[in-house]
Ligand binder design. Sequence first.
Ligand code: PMP
Length: 440
Amino acid sequence: MSHVLHRSLLQSYPTAVKGDGVYIIDADNKRYLDACGGAAVSCLGHSDTSVIAAIKNQVDSIAYAHSSFFTTEPMEQLADFLAERAPGSLNSVYFVSGGSEAVESALKLARQFFVEKGEPQRKHIIARRQSYHGNTLGALATGGNLWRRQQFEPLLINIHHLSPCYAYREQLSDETDTDFVQRLGNELEEKIAELGGENIMAFIAEPVVGATLGAVPAVAGYFKRMRDICSRHGILLIADEVMCGMGRTGALFASAQEGIEPDLICIAKGLGGGYQPIGATLVSEDIIATLRNGSGFFQHGHTYIGHATACAAALAVQQRIESDHLLDNVTLMGEKLQQALIQALGDHPHVGDIRGRGLFRGIELVKDRESKAPFDTSLKLHAKIKATAMQQGLMCYPMGGTLNGKDGDHILLAPPYIITEAHIAEIIDKLSRSIDLVLN
Ligand code: PMP
C-alpha cells in the first residue's frame, strides 16, 4: 500500500520511471504516448537533453537563492526573454511556482493597483461560467466550474460569472458570429451597468478554454470586443494563459492571436514544460508604474519566487522551442491532428464537436448529436475513456460533469510540440479504440 496521497483515494497508478520523447515508461516497461502533455504541460516531451543539461548546470552553480536577497542569471534572462516577446507593454515578470499562484498574483496585483491608484472601491471581478483558474481558494472562487466549487462554498464574494464564448453550446443556430459576439458583449455591458464600471477591478478569461470545456477557442472578434469594453470602463483584462499559452496554440501568447493586449497574463504549464515547477504573471507597465510610485512594494510573495533551477529549465525549454522553430510544427501538426480526428471520429454518433487550435484539441462527447444532449455525468464516461486509453498505452486528459446540466464529457489532447505524423496515427488509433470500447 502506497503512502502517497493521490487525489483519487480509490485508484492506484502505474509508477512512471523514465521519459523517452513523447513517451512515458512505467516500472513494468510499458510505454504510454503522452497525447496530453500530462495537463498540457510537457511541451517538449520527457527527455530533452538540452533542458536536462541546463538543469544540471544550474544545480552545479546555484540551485536556489531566496528572492528577497538575490536575483539570479536565469531569472533575469527568462524575464528578458518573456518581456521581449509579450504583447504590448507587459514587460514585468513575476515568477511563481505554478498556474494557481500566477492567477492569485494577477488578482492581487490588480487589487493593489487600484488601491494605490486611489480607486479602492474597485472590488468586483468578472469571470465566466464553466471556467477554471486554479485550485487555491482565490483562484477557485474566480473559476465558474460548479463541480470544483460546490463543496467549498461560500467562496470569495464579489466574483460574477458570465457566459463563456462556447460556440458549440452557447451560439444560437441562427446567430452569426458577429451577433454572438455582440450578445456576449452586451451581457458584459449589462453587468457593468448593474455593478457600476467604477466598482469593477478585472475581467478574467482563458483565450482558449482548456480543462473545463476542452480546447474551445473564442469566436473571432470576441476578445477585441471584451478588451474594448474593459478599456472604456478602466477594467483590467487578465488573460489566463496557464494552459493555452507558451506555444500550445501555435503562438507564444494566445492573446496575441486574438489581437489584444491584456493588462496581465498568467502563464505556467508550457513555460517550464514540466521539467521544473514554474509559473509567471506578466504585468503591464502602467500597473508597475503605479506600484513603483506608490508603496514601491508588491504585497504578496512565495518562498520559491524565481527559483533559479526552475528558471534555468524554463529558459532552456523556451530557447529550444524557438531555435528549432517548434511553433511551426505546432501549427502544422495541429492541423494534421484536427483532420485526422475529423476523419476518424467526425461521423461518430457520440462525437458532437472536434475543435481547438494548434496542438490543443478537444473532442466533445454527446448522447445524441442532433439535440447535443450530454451523457449523464454519473456515467463518468470521460474517466472511463481515460482509463481505457491508459490500458492501450495512451494518455489523454478527460473532463466532464460540471453540474450545470449543459456540458458533457470532453477529451483534451495537448501533445508535445515535437510530435510527428506517426505519433498522430498512433494517437488516433488508440483513442478511437478506447472511445469505441467505452461507448459501444
Ligand atoms: N488556470 C488554468 C487555465 C489552468 O488550466 C490551470 C491548471 N489546469 C490553472 C490555472 C492552475 O494551474 P496549477 O495547477 O499549476 O496551479
